[in-house]
Design a protein. Sequence first.
Length: 184
Amino acid sequence: MTSSFYDEGELRRIAINLFYGWGYNFYRLENQLRADDQLVRSQASRLLGMARSSLERAEAEYRREFIGTPTREKPFPDAGIVANAQKLERLGTEVGQVGSRLQALPVPENDRMTQRYREEADTLKALIDSDELLTGQASLLQTLLDGRDGSWILEHQGDIKEGLQAIEQTLRKREEALFGRIPG
């Protein structure tokens, strides 16, 4: 006795019909590229989170080292030291914002209208190229900040800001690759 539960041809046909009905076929190159894009962005965002943690640690250590306990003779910390601590705090916030923006970036929708107006696989390949660059930039920034103290970071904040600007520029190019291909 043969049951349709064991007929591979029939099961495959049912599965493929369901996949197409759901608008998804995990064997399509576009779906693999979409998943890769999300994974790469997640890992790049993780690297930026590590860079932010390094900045937060350096800021906390800087405050502990240079902003002492208030005394009668000196009830307020030196304004320059407070300003430097605030610079470290702002750098950490900027890195966190870039990481959040990276994580929230969209990928092309998998719908018939999108596919009608552009080649989705080509767009996804362009996005992966951008994401690879973003990952390298995020790794470089994380490596640059790892284990550094607040004083070193303050001395090199120009390089750090330059790195953040490069990441922002790559994010804009990524958005252009995604949205610039749709006829308007």
